[in-house]
Design a protein around this ligand. Structure first.
Ligand SMILES: *Cc1c(COP(=O)(O)O)cnc(C)c1O
Length: 284
């Protein structure tokens, strides 16, 4: 690495409810407690970090959970979905056309009524998800720059709001994991707090969302040697972007947002497999 950085290892805090997901889910759990509903329901793909974390959290809290899974035949189940099932989640497979309706408030309302469920948007996004991410500013505000991978941008927006509330001058650098033709950039131009210094790095030269070109896989293998496991979807892109675009002589913090369970979808190991006992403990 040409520039040095500290890494906030959110991946280490809890291998099951991992990375940024507990920050996003905390608000949703509180909303569930207030709602009087009998279960949680959310959406995701067959390798989703969100569905994995949600299943583990629901198992611990003894809350039934329904997962609406995108465009995927039941068999063979991915390692992610196998875990979700072992954690007690019910899986509902829908085709891609149906899945495309996940932001449709009418469909969400139908699902909420049919299952008496609190519906959590894909990724745990929305206001309750955002609020929990503001606390990241406690750590980030001590740095010149804070870098993190961006999917929906909920985590980054929460962090930005937290920084703004602390009148911090920390610059936020988002590394966009999604090739979205500038959509997030336009969102942030309107949505970022006043006076916030930020930039968004495009990683579409590495291929679209969840693509894992040789460059990223090589980087992952190199960081594995240093006990900093990365995932191809988010955190390897973050490190790749930092290696290419960091400005020297600035104190930088990289936020490791977890996602390591998703490595199994690429034939890589999940370095916390040895924590399986936690899973057992949470289900019993
Ligand atoms: C979900 C996820 C993200 C994206 O978070 P957003 O709030 O949607 O931007 C980033 N990194 C990892 C590892 C994730 O699992």
């Amino acid at each position: 690495m040409s520039s040095k950085a500290d890494i906030l290892r959110l991946d280490l805090a809890d291998p099951w409810v991992s990375g940024n997901k507990p920050l996003k889910l905390a608000g949703w759990l509180a909303a569930f407690r207030r709602s009087g509903r009998s279960c949680l329901l959310s959406f995701g793909g067959a390798h989703s970090n969100h569905l994995h974390a949600l299943s583990a959290l629901a198992a611990r809290e003894k809350i039934p959970v329904i997962l609406v899974v995108r465009g995927y035949e039941k068999a063979p189940l991915t390692p992610t979905l196998q875990d979700c099932l072992a954690l007690g989640a019910s899986l509902q497979f829908v085709d891609r056309v149906t899945y495309a309706k996940r932001y449709d408030s009418v469909w969400q309302q139908d699902l909420a009524v049919a299952f008496n469920a609190l519906v959590i948007p894909e990724g745990g996004d929305g206001q309750p998800g955002l609020v929990g991410c503001r606390s990241l500013a406690d750590i980030a505000s001590g740095y010149d720059d804070v870098w993190l991978a961006v999917g929906s941008g909920t985590t980054a927006m929460g962090l930005a709001q937290g920084l703004a509330a602390r009148h911090s001058r920390t610059r936020l650098v988002g590394v966009n994991a999604v090739a979205d033709q500038g959509e997030r950039q336009r969102d942030w131009q309107h949505g970022m707090p006043e006076g916030m210094e930020w930039s968004l790095i495009d990683t579409s030269v590495l291929g679209g969302f969840a693509k894992a070109p040789a460059t990223l896989l090589e980087l992952i293998h190199a960081y594995d040697q240093h006990n900093v496991p990365l995932d191809p979807v988010y955190t390897a892109r973050l490190v790749w972007a930092f290696e290419h675009f960091a400005i020297p002589n600035r104190r930088s913090l990289l936020i490791h947002t977890g996602g390591l369970q998703g490595r199994r979808g690429y034939g890589l190991t999940w370095p916390v497999d040895s924590c399986t006992s936690l899973l057992t403990a949470s289900v019993v």
